[in-house]
Design a protein around this ligand. Sequence first.
Ligand code: DAH
Length: 329
Amino acid sequence: MLKKIGETRKSFDEDLSKANDLASLEELRIKYLGRKGLVSQLFDSLQDVPKEEKRNVGQVLNELKLHTQSKFDELKNKFDKEKVSSESYIDLTLPGRKREVGSKHILIQTLDEIKEIFKGWGFSVYEGPELESDYYNFGALNFPADHPARDMQDTFFVSEDFLLRTHTSPVQIRLMEQKKPPIRALMPGKVFRNEAISAKSYCLFHQVEGLVVDTDITFAELKGTLVAFVKQFYGKDVPYRFRASFFPFTEPSAEMDVWWQPKGKEGRWLEILGCGMVDPNVLTNVGIDPEKYVGYAFGMGIERTAMRKYGIDDIRILFDNDKRFLTQF
Ligand code: DAH
């Protein structure tokens, strides 16, 4: 029995010196220290040892048990530590991860600037839905059912009665249905048209609508406000002009142009907005008495405004998501 114990100790020491990772160490544990391992087996056979020798053999066996357990623990500890430090190893030669900071899109920046100017004049900002009914987009704005003005605003119909709004003017209607004069409102948002896509036109763009309704509003106030706006926005020497125009929801109607001189190219007039005095029919449609109240309205394209201001010559680049362009602003 003593011989057997000695042999087991020797083979344990040999196996231990060969264990070089956690897996082989686990094999070793099962072989010697497990419930049916060699050390347990030796304890089992202790009962066959003659009584006089039992004490001595038992002592040697206990020593073996302590020896194997403590050697195993020692090595296991060492491997565990190595594992932790290899997992938290930091490679200082790797390039760092750069965190890129985003910025506001140039269209949003332009819109913010426009809002700031009008807010200073007492305008509040409102928004309306991009999916509109035919009534809000056309009917309530005095477009008769088969009027050719609708053709200029062909859009994407979702059903017979619902469409992607072609302008922000329907927000005027939604607002006047809920809020009675005096009104001074700015209404920005996305609009959609079924356009042939080119450097000048895109199927999606942004507008900002303006609406003022009160008892003593005149065309002179409309003109004065818009002139003050272009001077503040583009600079006080900007050349501008008004042209007579037609919109079903205003009477009289006009369009405003500013002079555009792209670098190295011939200058030209650029239309930036439509405007006019709110048609009495529109006021009647929302239950406001046209005998008592007068209003003016305007609708401005944000893309063109930004293009004119920042010298951008192709509208499509505003929607391309090309970082080389976006990071310039
Ligand atoms: N909604 C018109 C368009 O998209 C622009 C416009 C013209 C808006 C005159 C107005 C306005 O509020 O009074 O072409």
